[in-house]
Design a protein around this ligand. Structure first.
Ligand code: SF4
Ligand code: FES
Length: 252
């Protein structure tokens, strides 16, 4: 387990209105067993000791669940490696002496708050527009097992539900499209009988909110599927498009 010296080029931006710029930071004593976020913790510790402003970046669970750790590393959302988030990226993916570029998500719909932290509340508003089901919570609930669901549907819905709302799909898309995220949220519910009563309203409202937030259109580059840490499939976009078309022509 050798120690590595790295040359970090990190986006610094004081606030939403600041133009921002890349700044260079050497960092020593990086263990290959550290996660990328732990390496940034070391750098921030050094900056604080020197009375310099630490680098702002989002993180929470640090185990690939919450979707907070949104960093664009060497031109890739969540950095090198597939099926992992930034917090699951280990420094052994890099070599001693490497220069590493670290930027925030770049999308008009995700404005920078500070340094590497962006505002992803657009996703929350899309979710609030329809990413739910209305259920009876008065205690007279039907047992979940009384409603048989084909295994293939349950599995596909579960796959869609693994989306953690990180926004890597938007960050990597040349159009800044949020179709992979929205389609995962639509599929997760529309595949299950509990999600069908509100299915039309849901897809129309969520797509309308997505457009209002300023995300771009999908042009089928497929970059989102490649970079998604949860392997969300483009098939969900196809399903959402079908749901949207049917809802549009059959709504009352
Ligand atoms: S679809 Fe994938 S990349 Fe997009 S928000 Fe969900 S988990 Fe992140
Ligand atoms: S900090 Fe939660 S997914 Fe990375």
């Amino acid at each position: 387990m050798g120690n590595m010296k790295l040359n970090l080029k990190i986006w610094r931006q004081k606030g939403p209105k600041d133009t921002g710029a890349m700044k260079t930071y050497p960092v020593n004593d990086v263990s290959e067993d550290m996660s990328f976020l732990e390496m940034l913790d070391v750098l921030n510790d050094n900056l604080v000791r020197k009375n310099e402003e630490p680098i702002a970046f989002d993180h929470d669970c640090r185990e690939g669940i919450c979707g907070s750790c949104s960093l664009f590393i060497n031109g890739e959302p969540h950095g090198p490696g597939r099926g992992i988030t930034t917090c699951q990226l280990h420094m052994r993916k890099f070599k001693d002496g490497d220069t590493i570029h670290v930027e925030p998500w770049r999308s008009a719909a995700f404005p920078v708050i500070k340094d590497l932290a962006v505002d992803r509340s657009a996703f929350d508003r899309i979710q609030a527009a329809g990413g739910f089901i209305s259920v009876n919570t008065n205690g007279n609930l039907v047992d979940g097992n009384a409603l048989p669901i084909p295994k293939v549907d349950a599995d596909t819905a579960f796959d869609a539900a693994t989306c953690i709302g990180c926004g890597a799909c938007v960050a990597t898309c040349p159009n800044g499209s949020a179709m992979l995220f929205v389609s995962a949220k639509v599929s997760q519910l529309s595949l299950l009988p509990q999600g069908r009563p509100e299915a039309k309203e849901r897809v129309l409202n969520m797509v309308e909110q997505m457009d209002k937030e300023g995300f771009g259109n999908c042009s089928n580059t497929g970059a989102c599927e490649v970079e998604c840490p949860k392997g969300i499939s483009l098939e969900h976009i196809a399903r959402m498009n079908r749901e949207y078309m049917v809802a549009g022509v059959t709504k009352k």
